[in-house]
Design a binder for this molecule. Sequence first.
Ligand SMILES: [Zn+2]
Length: 242
Amino acid sequence: MPGKTSPAQDLIDIHCHQFSHASHSQILSLDAHELADAQVYTLAQTSSRPEDSISGSCYFSLGIHPWFIERQNIDSALQALIALKDHPKLLAIGECGLDKCIDTPMSMQIEVFSRQIQLSEDFGKPLIIHCVRAFAELLHLKKSQAPSQAWIMHGFTGRPGLAAQLIQHGCYISFGKALLLPGSPASQTLQAIPINRLFLETDAADLSIDTIYAAAAKIRGIDPAHLRRQIHTNFSNVFLND
Ligand SMILES: [Zn+2]
């Protein structure tokens, strides 16, 4: 029942690295190497509000970010993720993906990413993806592995043409602080994509999700309440299998 929640509670930040005490819902992204700090995931477990509503919940996603591949033993890291498979607040695998701007060999990145694609399929949970200049490799994996779970391209900064290609292959697009740069490619892309493929996030930026929602509603030229409802629907469809 949408009327049950206040507008502020309806905001959903689908990707952040810092737990926020504000009343919006969030998916806190945790890397496997952070799990040694048990506090981090008990936080996600204990900070939820009432179970009968999405509003104000803190969920989390778990993965191995390409930046952190070489600082951990991958088999142990994957075991740590598998151990949390049935955690009620675990909503997605990630962030994980491919990044051409780091020194870790692409073959190693593809191997670790592929194993997380497999986890996403085994767990029945979507993937939150980090992709920097490796979209050809990413689309190749999408086609060859034909996953049934949703893939969400987080922190998207690309042009409408690239987004169209990703959407054609079934991906979702999440925007963050790039929407605050006037005339950015991300803003042009936000105007062009189907609204049922859209998510918003703060990622590691020091700003509130309210700011991102306000920018998105303005760029898209829609009523902020409509935007909130739509993203709520997208969230339910993709992450809660409603
Ligand atoms: Zn991130």
